[in-house]
Design a protein around this ligand. Structure first.
Ligand code: G4P
Length: 528
């Protein structure tokens, strides 16, 4: 069957890391291997420079680049690879969380000198919650960094992973000689030449002979033998099923900048990383090889040109075949929609395509119909789960600064929230609107975009909120819940889907409230 063949040759994944660990560089080298780009430097760095966080041009530049790099598709050997962009900047963490619902596996990049950093911890936690298979790539081996064993320990402890190295470095920094590939049982010698390819790989069948001594010197060879013995003694043997269940994480070492250790990573990746996986909906699990198309929106991107307010919705194909001009049910609105120019994404361009398979990302032009999390089907009423909102970290009242433009303001706020730029809460008491965001930068983005795309002006006012919790009473009719609603009226609001939210003003008051109302569940994500 054609569909099975197409499914089996697809690998859709994300690269996650703390900013500066080398995600962009690694992405670029992977694209070079796929022949998708011709030279280094072709993938623009889409991170916001630290010095320019309040520069609007920088925000716009970022948005422009992030369209181009949202999905990078290319072929390597016979495999169709889709890399989904996951911004490392913490103010865009929510974007990354949502994108992680559309990947089938991830590669985590760690800087050998800095070790496990904050954003990596957060993102890996989300991957673990979903049992996403993870491969770890320890980058910048050409620099002095932490000892390999120390780093592996740190990864296990801070990230809660269960690792096993599939390659092992021979020295590091100034003394970096290369990598022993445990997976392929060969040595790759480091020359520091980014153009270097596979030619320098030397097959080493038996580490006990002096074949290896001749290659790297006796001292290094002895150290390597000892270290590999330790690896064997301490770490479990690689098991692909455990990896696919998210229980075991293979580790590779390399230097993305020098294009070193990247081919090994990629070759192993296409062999072990899972093709598109089944996905849970609210009624049943959907398998990719099912006849009928289903998919969901995980990202919406507004047009850069304010005169055309159409947007691009990114849909992950979960099952069946997506076809151009075929009507699909938009489940939330119960309407049939047809798409005459669905886009597929390649390294530096997008193209209109006739059909797409599970694992692929389709870009659909949208004039305001889609919301993040929406499901498309061939008629079945179902909703994909797994795109929850997390409590924002910043909260501010939003006020209308131009009374003549209140309609524009409301429309703008609604659409920006559908895009997932921030979360809107409406206070129960007086209907005032509160915008909650992950980073402070979003307030400037919202203000700027409301003005330039919707012609509306807003101002913000501080409000003391520590955390938003979604409220679920065990018994909505209980006296306890009624009392909670009365006593805490000032702190209650509704989110965009009208779920009740408690806006706690401090960690202390949150704990006190939880203790006082034991039959009310306080959820920290919107999906429960
Ligand atoms: P990010 O997307 O994860 O934020 O990281 P990015 O690839 O932009 O890499 C961050 C910095 O680390 C870049 O240097 C990059 O050249 C460097 N880098 C990446 N891989 C390696 C490696 O294997 N070895 C060494 N030594 N450096 C590496 P930069 O100076 O910040 O940027 P640029 O001016 O070189 O672009």
């Amino acid at each position: 069957m054609k569909i099975n063949k197409e499914i089996n040759r697809r690998r859709t994944f994300g690269i996650v890391s703390h900013p500066d660990a080398g995600k962009t560089t690694l992405t670029e080298k992977l694209l070079l291997f796929g022949g998708a780009i011709q030279e280094a430097g072709a993938v623009k760095n889409n991170k916001i420079k630290k010095t320019a966080t309040s520069d609007f041009m920088e925000i716009e530049r970022q948005r422009g680049i992030s369209v181009a790099t949202s999905v990078l598709g290319f072929e390597y050997k016979t495999i169709k690879i889709n890399i989904l962009d996951t911004p490392g900047h913490k103010d865009f963490a929510e974007d990354t969380f949502r994108t992680l619902t559309a990947v089938d596996s991830v590669i985590v990049v760690i800087d050998v000198a800095k070790g496990v950093e904050e954003q990596t911890e957060k993102l890996v936690k989300v991957c673990r919650m979903r049992n996403i298979p993870i491969i770890v790539f320890i980058n910048k081996m050409d620099r002095e960094g932490k000892d390999a064993f120390e780093l592996l320990d740190e990864i296990e402890q801070k990230l809660g992973l269960h690792v096993t190295p599939l390659s092992f470095p021979i020295g590091m920094g100034y003394d970096f000689k290369g990598i022993y590939n445990i997976w392929e049982k060969n040595v790759n010698l480091f020359t520091g030449d980014p153009k270097k390819d596979i030619e320098d790989t030397v097959q080493v069948n038996d580490l006990s002979t002096d074949e290896i001594d001749e290659l790297i010197g006796t001292d290094s060879a002895d150290t390597l033998r000892e270290e590999l013995e330790l690896v064997q003694g301490v770490y479990p043997e690689f098991n692909i099923d455990e990896y696919k269940r998210g229980e075991l994480q293979p580790v590779f070492f390399g230097s993305a900048l020098n294009n070193f250790g990247v081919r090994e990573l990629l070759d192993c990746f296409i062999e072990i990383a899972p093709p598109p996986r089944p996905k849970q909906s609210d009624i049943r699990e959907i398998r990719p090889e099912e006849d009928k198309f289903t998919g969901f929106v995980f990202k919406i991107h507004a047009n850069m040109d304010p005169r055309h307010r159409d947007r691009l919705a990114f849909v992950k194909v979960v099952s069946g075949k997506f076809e151009r001009n075929k009507p699909y049910l938009h489940v939330r609105s119960n309407k049939n929609l047809k798409f005459s120019s669905p886009n597929a994404f390649f390294a530096e361009r997008k193209e209109v395509v006739d059909e797409m398979f599970p694992g692929d990302i389709v870009g659909l032009h949208d004039t305001g119909t889609f919301k993040i999390g929406d499901t498309l089907t061939e008629g079945e009423i179902l909703q994909y789960k797994g795109i929850p909102n997390f409590s924002p970290e910043h909260f501010r009242y939003i006020n209308n600064a131009d009374p003549m433009k209140s309609k524009q303001l409301n429309k703008g706020i609604e659409q920006l929230m559908d895009e997932g730029v921030a979360q809107l809460f409406t206070l129960e008491l007086n209907n005032r609107k509160i915008i909650g965001t992950v980073g402070a930068l979003q307030y400037e983005v919202i203000q700027y975009r409301l003005e330039h795309e919707y012609g509306a002006k807003c101002s913000y006012e501080n409000i003391n909120v520590h955390k938003a919790c979604w409220i679920e009473p065990k018994d909505p009719k209980s006296e306890e819940f009624k009392e909670f609603k009365r006593v805490k009226a000032k702190f209650l609001a509704h989110d965009k889907s009208d779920q009740l939210v408690f806006l706690a003003d401090s960690e202390f008051s949150l704990q006190m409230t939880q203790q006082k109302y034991p039959n009310i569940i306080f959820h920290f994500t919107s999906e429960f």
